[in-house]
Design a protein around this ligand. Structure first.
Ligand SMILES: [Zn+2]
Length: 220
């Protein structure tokens, strides 16, 4: 049995048995894991804050057979309840519902959780995450009507987030390849998505994961 030190973000808390607490976390090295906190439901106030969703902890973890047990917290950065933003809740739900989320996505999540969590911060998080996990919208069909694209080069809209067919209007960037580089370059200059484009990217993510994000309600 080996105890390791690990930095991780808490995605979800799940009460377990009479007294224990399970934490769904994304760790810097362990990736997405479930940690058991023994007697975690009885822990006094001093530590309770550590186990809130959105907190980033450096802790000691013991691996016992297939279980990961949190044995101690070294440092904590936590988000007080009153500071929970709808964007943060959505970001955590996205990661909870992405089964294969890679450990290298920890940096993307950490950067967002320690930001001001504005719409712009969220958009950068959303786009980086989806492109990294290859979940970004396809350029194969029109973002407005769904019509299959013509041959390259195609016209794409950075505001709508993809290919726009001639019948639905014109984009603001011409793409010559099946990749997002030029679209993202333009996006980076703009920095923030329009509400339509954000909704479109989230729709695409939901459909890729075959799920619905209940916390999208909080954005309205
Ligand atoms: Zn169209």
């Amino acid at each position: 049995m080996r105890e390791i030190e690990e930095q991780f973000a808490i995605l979800e808390r799940i009460p377990y048995r009479e007294t224990d607490l399970l934490l769904s976390v994304l760790g810097e090295h362990i990736g997405k894991e479930l940690l058991t906190v023994r007697s975690g439901r009885k822990i006094p106030n001093r530590w309770k804050s550590s186990f809130l969703e959105g907190s980033i902890l450096l802790g000691r973890i013991l691996r016992v057979k297939n279980h990961h047990v949190l044995t101690g917290v070294i440092t904590e950065k936590y988000v007080p309840y009153e500071k929970y933003s709808p964007f943060m809740i959505l970001a955590l739900e996205m990661f909870s519902k992405t089964p294969s989320v890679d450990r290298s996505s920890f940096q993307i999540l950490e950067k967002f959780l320690t930001s001001e969590q504005t719409a712009r911060d969220f958009d950068q998080f959303l786009v980086s995450f989806m492109v990294k996990e290859s979940l970004q919208p396809s350029l194969n069909s029109c973002v407005v009507c769904g019509e299959k694209r013509e041959q390259f080069p195609i016209s794409a809209s950075v505001y709508l987030g993809g290919y726009v067919c001639p019948r639905c209007g014109s984009g603001d960037v011409e793409l010559t390849d099946v990749d997002y580089e030029s679209l993202l370059k333009t996006y980076r200059k703009v920095g923030e998505l329009t509400e339509n484009m954000r909704a479109y990217w989230l729709d695409v993510l939901e459909s890729q994961l075959s799920t619905k994000f209940v916390s999208r309600e909080g954005l309205k």
